[in-house]
Design a protein around this ligand. Structure first.
Ligand SMILES: [Zn+2]
Length: 126
């Protein structure tokens, strides 16, 4: 656990640098004003400025893309498909699964009769 404060600058408590040094312990210097790092550990950095630099940082922070715009769209499509499948099975009397609860995903219209299933099949085949 990193110490947030340390009283070293003329006896006044101040924010302590949150960086880890080469020994593996927390840096002992005070952080720069309004920052979380000392000047030796990136406190003077103002972040990437060029488009290439910004893109490089973005790529370095990318973990799995599940929360990206494309990932969220894909997730919504999957949720719609699961609901439509459950609706279809319920209309056909093949399952006792109750209506899926929770907020409707965007683009979902519940199927309540055979005409809805026919429309879905027509839509999927086109
Ligand atoms: Zn430091």
């Amino acid at each position: 656990m990193k110490e947030p404060y340390v009283a070293i600058v003329r006896g006044w408590p101040c924010a302590r640098c949150q960086a880890t040094n080469r020994r593996g312990t927390q840096c002992g210097k005070p952080a720069m004003q309004g920052k979380t790092k000392c000047r030796n550990h990136g406190g003077r950095s103002t972040g990437p400025k060029t488009p290439e630099g910004i893109e490089r940082i973005r790529a370095a922070l990318w973990k799995h893309g599940h929360r990206s715009l494309e990932g969220r769209k894909k997730e919504t499509e999957t949720r719609v498909k699961v609901r439509l499948l459950a609706d279809s099975l319920r209309v056909l009397g093949e399952t006792e699964i109750p209506q899926i609860r929770g907020k409707w995903p965007k683009g979902y219209e519940p199927i309540t009769d055979l005409a809805g299933i026919e429309a879905l099949v027509k839509r999927e085949n086109s």
